[in-house]
Design a protein around this ligand. Structure first.
Ligand code: ADP
Ligand code: MG
Length: 359
């Protein structure tokens, strides 16, 4: 168990003489026992950050502390960190037992101790009956569990996961998600988990780090990043379906789109955007915060039924929009319905750099 301090971490790769700035100024303190998820699109620097923590990549600038100790230049084996990868990286010719015992055997630990640790990890992961099998006899989910078992037996200070569920199908992914959450609960260990999947981030994390283009966009609880996005990127990336965005300008205190959307603002909202009079702005709202019934015209394109909810795709003042409404709605293509935006849920962002406008 451990706390970490990532003190202005930066990574520059040298690629054929070309410099690639993969991670810019990653700055964060992680508490003992926290479950941190780094989330963002492919190429945003998640794996690089994780590999710097593991010691698999040099840190170009900044310092890394584990339990107060500066480990910036320490070798991976001296950091007491275990990493679980997407592709499991199991040894095909070894049994499950041998796979799980391998790192301890290498360390020449006492065989009796090794046996105890492997059996304990196997019990935690429900692998006790699989120990004599070879990896190819196991399902994808079981193999991923073996990969986790190999990490658990080492009793590391920190667990790192790099997209561990990406190779699994959707149903298995959601059940493995619960297992990882339970594992975290049972071990109480510090875990840092990388994914491009915002659902995994929301469901697993104590705190989420949203990244884009090598830069941390927001650090917060799942509630905070979902309900209070720091910028348009976070609003767009977190949540499925994504937030609806309307670009326009503030005119006489009201929002006006370049299309035919005119949205009168309330006093509270006018205050927030008061310095944007005549300037370009992004207005945004989550699909579940548009209500059916109201005084805005909404022209329906298509309805998708999700069971408890319907996704109503259409146009609001000419903008492609999606509404997530409770219940089973059977609106027809081309039908015009009335909707309203929940005033307290409307967000405003600067159109130029995407930052949240809070007034
Ligand atoms: P993610 O895990 O979020 O998909 P990565 O951390 O793998 O992103 O990559 C971040 C950026 O660094 C990308 O632009 C990627 O192309 C670049 N990159 C990653 N590894 C190397 C490397 N070994 N050499 C040069 N560039 C790299
Ligand atoms: Mg990656």
């Amino acid at each position: 168990m451990a706390n970490l301090k990532l003190d202005h971490l930066k990574k520059i790769y040298e690629d054929d003489g070309r410099k690639v700035l993969a991670v810019k100024d990653f700055n964060m303190e992680i508490k003992d026992g926290e479950f941190i998820v780094l989330v963002g699109p492919s190429g945003c620097g998640k794996s690089t950050t994780l590999r710097m923590i593991a010691g698999l990549e040099d840190i170009s600038e900044g310092r890394l502390f584990i339990d107060g100790e500066d480990v910036t230049t320490k070798a991976p084996k001296d950091r007491n960190i275990a990493m679980v990868f997407q592709n499991y990286a199991l040894y095909a010719n070894m049994t499950i037992y041998e796979n799980m015992a391998f790192s301890l055997t290498l360390r020449k630990e006492d065989p009796e101790e090794i046996h105890k640790k492997v059996m304990k990890a196997a019990a935690i992961l429900g692998l006790t009956d699989q120990l004599n099998k070879k990896p190819k006899e196991l399902s994808g989910g079981q193999r991923q569990r073996v990969a986790m078992g190999r990490a658990i037996v080492r009793d590391p200070k920190v667990f790192l996961f790099d997209e561990p569920l990406s190779n699994l199908d959707a149903k298995l992914r959601s059940s493995m998600r619960r297992e990882i959450k339970l594992l975290h609960h049972n071990l109480g260990a510090t875990m840092i988990y990388v994914t491009h999947d915002q659902t995994e981030a929301l469901t697993l994390a104590d705190r989420i780090v949203v990244m884009s283009m090598g830069k941390v966009q927001q650090i917060g609880t799942p509630y905070e990043v979902y309900h209070d996005p720091a910028n348009a990127f976070v609003g767009y990336f977190i949540g499925n379906p994504s937030m609806n965005f309307f670009d326009g300008r503030i005119e006489n205190g009201d929002f006006r789109g370049p299309k035919d959307l005119i949205y009168p603002l309330e006093e509270e909202q006018k205050k927030i955007v008061s310095s944007y009079e005549g300037k370009p702005i992004l207005m945004a709202i989550r699909p579940e915060n548009i209500e059916i019934g109201g005084d805005l015209d909404y022209s329906v394109d298509l309805v998708e039924h999700l069971g408890q909810y319907s996704l109503i795709h259409g146009k609001l003042g000419g903008y492609s929009t999606v509404i997530k409404a409770r219940g089973w709605h059977n609106f027809k293509e081309g039908e015009t319905i009335k909707v309203a935006l929940r005033k307290d849920k409307v967000c405003f962002f600067d159109l130029a750099d995407g930052h949240r406008i809070r007034g």
